[in-house]
Design a protein around this ligand. Structure first.
Ligand code: PLP
Length: 257
């Protein structure tokens, strides 16, 4: 059984964060493990409170896993603050961890800052060089590069800049552009445009978490990187197609294969 670790925040309503990651791992037939970086109080209407886990306890969680278990892939999501980022980077280097998917989570769809504003540069400096693949959405790509993105040309420019920050692959998710939900995968030499149909639903809570966890699952299972992304896109598209309401606000996607 392949083993995949998520390093991320807990979402009490189960649609995003650690909970979405573990559901995605199970749906992919891989064994899921979690290092919790923060606990959020949230529901389909928004995020109401966050408590960061102490960097020491994050280090202890990581050591407990890496001292004992071979990890086939890692997904990193909400990292909240500078001390958390530094602790994670140090442990990943110490244990020479490979196959790292970084989802540079910054702001929730409901507008809550899941990454403190002074921690953006630390994420860029400490986590992007360790990433096999980084998966920013358009707003995150803009925040990382300072480029205002309105077209595929600007997505390409942003991808090139992000690639220079260290990850082997950059997947910019174009879901927030008008028209098709086109993503762009860049490996440092060529661009691959990955279009997919736009699904009409308000229930998209946790889509970024789910996509990055699906990519990590596929990498752990031994698929090539491009194939891992393509398959993960199929997974999230189906998950959004079957999304549903659980409360008054933005509902979750459905996890099955
Ligand atoms: N909560 C946690 C713990 C997350 O990690 C994320 C996204 O990565 C979110 C909430 C945001 O979810 P969304 O913006 O899809 O609603």
């Amino acid at each position: 059984m392949k083993k995949v670790l998520t390093i991320a925040g807990s979402d009490s309503c189960g649609g995003a964060g650690i909970q979405a990651d573990l559901k995605t791992f199970s749906a992919h037939g891989v064994y899921g493990m979690s290092v919790i970086t923060a606990v959020t109080a949230q529901n389909t209407k928004g995020v109401f409170a966050v408590q960061d886990i102490s960097p020491l306890l994050i280090i202890q969680q990581l050591e407990a896993i890496f001292d004992d278990i071979t990890v086939d892939a890692v997904k990193i999501g909400m990292v909240s603050q500078i001390e958390t980022i530094e602790a994670i980077a140090k442990q990943l280097k110490k244990y020479s961890v490979n196959n790292i998917v970084v989802d540079p989570v910054m702001i929730s769809k409901s507008g809550y800052h899941l990454l403190q504003s002074d921690a953006k540069n630390s994420l860029i400096m400490n986590l992007l060089p360790l990433a096999t693949i980084v998966t920013p959405n358009l707003m995150e790509a803009e925040a990382i590069t300072g480029i205002k993105i309105n077209s595929l040309k600007e997505i390409k420019e942003a991808s090139t800049i992000i690639h220079k920050m260290g990850p082997k692959y950059v997947l910019v998710k174009g879901g927030h552009l008008e028209g098709e939900a086109t993503d762009l995968l860049y490996d440092g030499s060529s661009f691959m445009v990955l279009p997919s149909e736009r699904i009409k639903t308000k229930n998209t809570h946790g889509t970024g978490c789910t996509l990055s966890s699906a990519i990590a699952s596929n990498i752990a299972k031994g698929l090539g990187f491009t194939e891992s992304v393509k398959e993960a896109k199929k997974y999230i598209t189906t998950a959004i197609k079957h999304s549903f309401s659980i409360g008054k606000g933005v509902g979750p996607t459905h996890h099955f294969y």
